[in-house]
Design a protein around this ligand. Sequence first.
Ligand code: TYM
Length: 325
Amino acid sequence: MNKIFSGIQPTGEIHIGNYVGAIRNWIGLVDDYDCIYSVVDYHAITVDYEADQFQERVLETALNLLACGLDPQKCRIMVQSQVPEHTELAWVFNCVTPIGEVERMTQFKEKSKQHRANINMGLMDYPVLQAADILVYKAGFVPVGEDQVQHVELTREIARKFNSRFQPIFPEPQVILSCAAKILGVDGKSKMSKTLNNYIGLLEAEESIWEKLRTAVTDVKRVRRKDPGCPEDCNIFTMHTAFSPDTMIPELDKGCRRADIGCVDCKKKLFENMTAELGPIRERASALRSQPDYIRDVLKSGAESCRDEAQQTMEEVRSVLGLYR
Ligand code: TYM
């Protein structure tokens, strides 16, 4: 069975960009692939964080994944630091990765601007650890949002470098993109993210979601109600493609271009479709809150089963590297 690996940072409550950009895809793949999904805590310590709240953030992220509908009977859900072979392989990959390749990563450049006071080695090495996450399981496919495509390309490059320098033991994994691979924030400018505080939370109360949608930026060139709009320049339209039925999309597209529908009505329809999908997730999340032991058990068995495979890969890696044994 083909293997899939993907990861998410432990931000606690995830946002709808994570959900439609990646997690909904993760759920759809579990019947056809051997899937491993990870809460990547070592990635998250590359920026400042509160150590005493960190475990809670990891557990809350896992709870969110389960609430979305990931079935731990059909896939493995694990915490990255519970399988140390990820970081061990990252060190090996450091030794075949040219510095220039990581310096040019868009996310590294953006994060260096956001965290000027703490541009540490880990921040730069971040995509190398990501390559190790994927390749320690020899995964062939990686379902992610658009912002991670460059990192998966680097993973392929690292696999090629390792394979040609030592022995061809790693696959070159492919990206699987969702139909909503890039959701902008409610500011309509930057990618939706918690750092930029332009997000809609997956478990957010309906009133709060409406308040954010009501004031969200649409096509900036559509100033008056009677101005025709451009759906391709409107983040609300992109969100419709993620949350509304396929049959509604051409109708909204036409309505917007002809100014038959105004932005507020368009937002109301989105709100209805979005909350219809998020309501059951919120309910499952509140049921899971009374089962913290269950969440810990899921993560424990996920890590145990991943450890075996990761250890096998590292044995092979140590052997082809010619390390002392
Ligand atoms: P992270 O935690 O930033 O995001 C998790 C997933 O959500 C997607 N995503 C989005 N998709 C569409 N629109 C958005 N606004 C949006 N924001 C986030 C991301 O593309 C991602 O798929 N480096 C990764 C985590 C990681 C990983 C891995 C992923 C670590 N190791 C190995 C794949 C394979 C990250 O920070 O994702």
